[in-house]
Structure formats: C-alpha cells, structure tokens
Ligand binder design. Sequence first.
Ligand code: ADP
Ligand code: MG
Length: 328
Amino acid sequence: MPMGEFDLIERFFKRPRQEAVVGIGDDCAVWAPRAGHQLVFSADMLVEGRHFLSTVDPTRLGHKSLAVNLSDLAACGATPKAFLLSLSLPRVDETWLSGFSQGLFALAKEHGCELIGGDTTQGPLNIAITVMGEVPAGEAVMRSGAQVGDDVYVSGNLGDARLALEAFRGTVRLPEAVFDLARLRMEVPTPRIALGQALRGVAHAMADVSDGLVGDLGHLLKASAVGAEIDWPLAQPLLQSLQQWACPNDLAMTCVLSGGDDYELVFCAPPSAAERVQMAAQSSQTAVTKIGRITPAPAATSSGQTLVLRDSHGQIVPTQFRSFDHFA
Ligand code: ADP
Ligand code: MG
C-alpha cells in the first residue's frame, strides 16, 4: 500500500517536541513567548520551475527552503524559534522526502528552529515555510532606520548564485571549479543569523538580499526616505568567483547588483559604530564589506537617482539595474 499523508508526516517530519508547548499532531501548535520578548514572523515559498530546477538535489532543496526563511529572521536581528512547513507534492517519493527532510532538519538543528506543524497536499511541487523568531522587545532591526551619513555594508559575497544561473541558462561557460562554487552558493545559501543578531543595537537599518542588491537596498532606502551611493570598486570583489575567474565587468555588475538568491545582509550603521560593526563581524565569523554611504533623499541630490553607483574615479556609472519581480 502506498504511504498516506499522515504516515508521511509521521515518518519524515515529526520529531520529538523541543520548546513548543504543543507541536505537530493537533489542530494548532502552541507556543509560549518569553517575557520581555517579541515574536517575529516571515513566510517564503519555493515553486518548482520558478525558484529551483526539478533536477536539484533534494537535500540541498530542503536546506534552501528553510535557509531563505531564516535569512528574513537574520535581517531583523531575530533568533529562530519555530517553523511551519506547507508542502504540495506530486507523489510520495520516499527517496526525495528522505533527502529533503535531512537537508531541512540539518539546518533547523543548527539554528535550534523547531518544526511545529504545516500542511501536506498533493499537487505541483511547492514548498511554503512560515518561520517564527524572537527578539528582545523593541529591538528588531527594520528597513526604515537608515540615516544620512550612515555607511552601507554587505555581508559575505554577492552575485555568485546569479552567475550559476547564467551558466545553467548557457549564457556563460565557467571553468568547473568556478561553476561548482557558484552552484553551491545558489543551492546552499547561508542565512546570516549570528551576524544579524550581533547587529542589534548597532545597525540603524537592515534587509536581506534575496532579489538583488539594488532592489533590496532600494526597498530599505525607500522605507528610510534616503538615497545611497555605492562604490563599484568596493562592491565588485564581492563576487567570490572573481578570485578564480576573470568575469567580464558587465556580467559582474549584473550578478553583484541585480543577481538575487544571495541571502546576505545589507545594513547601514553610523561611522561612529564602525568598530562595533567589525566586532559583530568577528563574533559571528562573517565577513562584512563597506560598499558605500547613505545620502539625502533623491529629490535633494543633483542626480535625482535614489541609488548612485560610482566608478574608481568617482564618476557616476549609468545603470538600469532593477530587482527581480515575478510579475514585471
Ligand atoms: P488539519 O486537518 O487540522 O489542517 P492536518 O491533517 O493537515 O491538520 O495535519 C495534521 C497535523 O500534521 C497538524 O498538526 C499539522 O500541523 C501537521 N502537519 C501537516 N503537514 C505537515 C508537514 N509537512 N510538516 C509538519 N507538520 C505537518
Ligand atoms: Mg490541514
């Protein structure tokens, strides 16, 4: 007899309860928030053919499904606590489910994030996760706090996932080692949870880079009613693949500025906090690069642009990069 919905949940997704008051198995999960803390929530969905290729390794997909959600918690400086998993599956494929749940739970364990419920249905492959985290009351880092004069920083590397996508599409041929590295960045992103937490009380504003730097920084700038200048010579080396392969400058620009799927943090902090930013980078063992600065809102600048890119001579580089938009 084929495995049913409830056997499937029991076998692949039910784990011993940890912090939840009630976990998987009832109509609702129950969670008791800690005194003096606030709960933060976020949801992200991965759709086959849209967000991942049907051929992707299920263990990597399990990791990525949770990683993209944890990245949003990181961007608010939150500590991951629990998540709900809503799955639409074309069929019960035990090998696939086993790999998927392994990748999922390995990352969940790393961050102490407990699966407390979800929904399972038959249909096109679709993975929807809702994640919950915790912050000390009033300390969540939002997009709206950037101030004129702040420095703009980015964590880790940018653009490699996009480079892998271009290679998959056949628009660029990469040496094997470069492709492997870029593909790893695309399929196994690292949510910057420890850095996000360490930046509470340090960063004025923060967002995660999921749809490309220009777009996601653009959202932060809009929420903060400010503009920004980015120095391309500082941002370009963030493409990790550049260390092994001479990526043409225009392709590097596309990947770094509008790539997407990076799951790094972009944040703003005043120059007076520079040392504390470095301490946060050290304590979280996450590289941090200063790439620019916050300027007055566009109406107040001569260029009229929200986000200005400057080359090594300080000249404005004309750009038309936009963030990824599913409906544009
Ligand atoms: P209901 O009918 O009340 O919606 P379900 O029958 O869909 O509940 O699910 C039974 C239990 O299993 C619930 O506690 C639900 O949260 C949990 N659950 C369903 N699918 C998943 C899943 N993919 N991962 C984890 N828990 C799940
Ligand atoms: Mg249900």
